[in-house]
Design a protein around this ligand. Structure first.
Ligand code: ADP
Ligand code: MG
Length: 346
């Protein structure tokens, strides 16, 4: 198992860059001496991370570099606390803990668990971080080369659910030894928000945290007023959409980026907690939201819910989805998504 992955193990990450930020494209037309200072860090939460800050003039470069370094450290700190693939993390301690014993947790981890419980309710159970035994079951199936049977699915589902995990003021208590959680569908978003918050304190013109294609930007880019974000087609180099954002987050979930191969068939790493099976119709979901945690949650939830889930989106959250349910791939958009598009489907 690679130690630097939030979502690791048997899942394979193909090297497809989904989202490119047109940050420096227009750099020669920049205004007001605004410059972008950018740093890339490898192996953060199992992916690469690009951080950027927009400052006035070269004299502010050291300030920006310091802030970017601190923001990168904060991403690693979230991973160390919340990865279920790192034995020493708080989440691994909770997962190993027997029933009836209180496991102390940091305010950060509790914050994410509370948000995950809210998301469970908001998504009608489609977003469910307690589905860890199912994730492990499908990982083992990948190693073995045969999918699990109905009885194994039923058992894994019964081992863990929100009734078996009690969140308290400063920790959590399990009501069954087998209850386990996996924050792989929310921790990245939380980490991006925390990094942005940390940077924001330094008062830059703008900034960006891009963690493997999930990103949040704020303020202004080096040139122009809006951030430009390219969403690529998973099946090729073609652009699916070019977004223009005044700030905010964009997260994408897709079964082409990380998947589990069993007997020559690809299975998504996103599980429908209701059936216990990996989702198989939704090719990709891109969500725009004010915060990265909200976008991260809904990208995973809509992968489970399909187009019908669009009706559940909270105000201010927009989504685009590729659905391969029929013989051809269809594209769905929530009503407000078009407002972010500069050039659709070229
Ligand atoms: P990525 O990390 O590729 O952006 P997602 O954000 O969609 O992918 O998160 C997928 C991860 O979330 C899975 O690898 C797993 O750890 C976890 N997960 C899978 N199914 C669910 C689900 N139904 N609800 C919550 N988390 C899930
Ligand atoms: Mg995600």
């Amino acid at each position: 198992m690679r130690k630097d992955r939030l979502i690791g193990g048997a899942l394979i990450a193909a090297l497809i860059i989904l989202v490119a930020v047109g940050l420096w494209k227009t750099a020669d037309t920049r205004q007001d001496d605004r410059i972008g200072v950018q740093q890339t860090y490898r192996g953060v939460m199992g992916t690469d991370c690009t951080l950027a800050a927009v400052v006035t003039g070269d004299s502010q470069r050291p300030l920006a570099e310091k802030a970017l370094g601190e923001a990168a450290d904060s991403l690693r700190e979230v991973e160390a606390r919340m990865s279920s693939w790192l034995d020493a993390s708080e989440i691994s301690r909770l997962n190993r803990s027997p029933a009836g014993v209180k496991v102390p947790l940091s305010p950060q981890t509790l914050d994410v668990l509370r948000s995950a419980l809210d998301a469970y309710e908001q998504t009608g159970g489609a977003f469910d971080v307690t589905c860890r035994p199912l994730i492990e079951l499908w990982r083992e199936a990948g190693k073995r080369g045969t999918p699990p049977d109905e009885e194994q699915l039923r058992q894994a589902r019964a081992q863990s659910n929100w009734d078996l995990i009690e969140l308290q003021e400063d920790g959590a208590v399990k009501h069954a030894d087998t209850a386990r959680v996996d924050l792989g569908g929310i921790a990245k978003g939380y980490a991006i928000d925390a990094a942005v918050e940390l940077m924001g304190r330094e008062r830059f013109h703008g900034g960006l945290v891009n963690l493997g294609g999930d990103l949040r930007c704020f303020g202004k880019p080096p040139a122009g007023e809006r951030w430009s974000v390219d969403i690529r087609n998973p099946n090729g180099a073609k652009l699916l959409a070019q977004l223009q954002l005044p700030g905010g987050a964009v997260c994408t979930s897709g079964n082409y980026e990380r998947f589990n191969e069993i007997g020559g068939r690809r299975y998504s790493h996103i599980i429908d907690p209701r059936s216990g099976n990996p989702v198989d119709k939704i090719v990709s979901v891109t969500v725009v939201a004010p915060t990265a945690m909200t976008a991260d949650i809904w990208a995973t939830a809509l992968s489970v819910l399909g187009p019908a889930g669009m009706d559940r989106l909270p105000d201010g959250v927009e989504a685009m989805m590729l659905d391969a349910a029929g013989s051809e791939t269809r594209r769905h958009e929530s009503p407000g998504f078009g407002g972010f598009i500069k050039n659709a489907g070229r």
